[in-house]
Design a protein around this ligand. Structure first.
Ligand code: NAD
Length: 241
């Protein structure tokens, strides 16, 4: 796969899967436009791959919209930024629910609208990958808001694929199981919690960020020219168990 001469917006590019995706795409020739919250993370990414950067708080509607519009035009978009907090269902504050939905589902809506409007205005084709999770498809204890946000993101992905597909823009999701990033550290560092997850994965290990990045790159590329509207697990077989 080559992305020579192609530009790709990656949200959440400062750390974890988003960073691995930016590095993977840049290594294959892409001009990356990295959006994330931390200027320090973006500076270190820029030093590594020479990308364009824009700090943004994706929980903020106006900031998200202006960052997305500034990032255009771009050939492709990866909505990767995400967040989580651990709360039992009965104790989940509505403010936490709203904050997680804002970053994990509303921000992909806003960024994708700006990206797709620009592609359509130019008469150009495109592709979007939304980074979802196996949590869209199963219940995970203490992840009410996170599961709701990823289920919503998969639903939105299908409607985007229906409507934008007719305009030549393919839209798909990737749904990783536990992936070894700072977010996974927050949710899964307790072996009592991570052990049962690991035991359900036939391939016997958690995912490396680069193993999600390569699937994202495939879904963006012409190799996946007729793939539209799917939620693709990257889970070592977790969901068949
Ligand atoms: P991470 O916490 O390691 O990195 C997330 C990145 O998003 C960071 O650069 C962070 O600064 C950015 N970000 C978060 N909130 C933001 C905001 N409000 N504004 C701007 N940027 C913001 O996370 P990760 O593990 O790499 O997760 C990336 C995506 O993959 C998320 O959507 C996550 O839900 C999904 N995912 C992760 C796992 C996992 O186990 N790590 C599994 C399945 C899906």
């Amino acid at each position: 796969m080559t992305f020579q001469g192609k530009s790709v917006v990656v949200t959440g590019a400062g750390k974890g899967i988003g960073r691995a995706t930016a590095v993977y795409l840049a290594a294959r020739g892409a001009d990356v436009i990295a959006l994330s919250r931390s200027a320090a993370d973006l500076d270190s990414l820029k030093a590594e791959i020479g990308c364009r950067t824009r700090t943004v708080d994706l929980a903020d509607v106006a900031d998200t919209r202006s960052a997305a519009e500034e990032a255009c035009p771009a050939d492709f978009l990866v909505n990767c930024a995400g967040t989580t907090e651990l709360d039992g269902f009965l104790d989940l504050p509505v403010e936490t629910f709203d904050a997680i939905m804002a970053v994990n589902c509303r921000a992909p809506l806003i960024v994708s609208q700006a990206y797709a409007r620009d592609r359509i205005a130019r008469g150009a084709k495109g592709a979007i990958v939304n980074v979802s999770s196996v949590a869209a498809l199963i219940g995970v204890p203490e992840h009410t808001a996170y599961c709701a946000s990823k289920g919503a993101l998969d639903g939105m992905t299908r409607v985007m694929a229906l409507e934008l597909g007719r305009q030549g823009i393919r839209v798909n999701a990737v749904n990783p199981v536990v992936t070894l990033t700072p977010m996974a550290e927050k949710a899964w560092s307790n072996p009592a919690k991570s052990g049962p997850m690991l035991a359900r994965i036939p391939l016997g290990r958690f995912v490396q960020p680069a193993e999600v990045a390569s699937v994202i790159a495939y879904l963006l590329s012409d190799e996946a020219a007729m793939v539209n509207g799917i939620s693709m697990p990257v889970d070592g077989g977790f969901l068949i168990n």
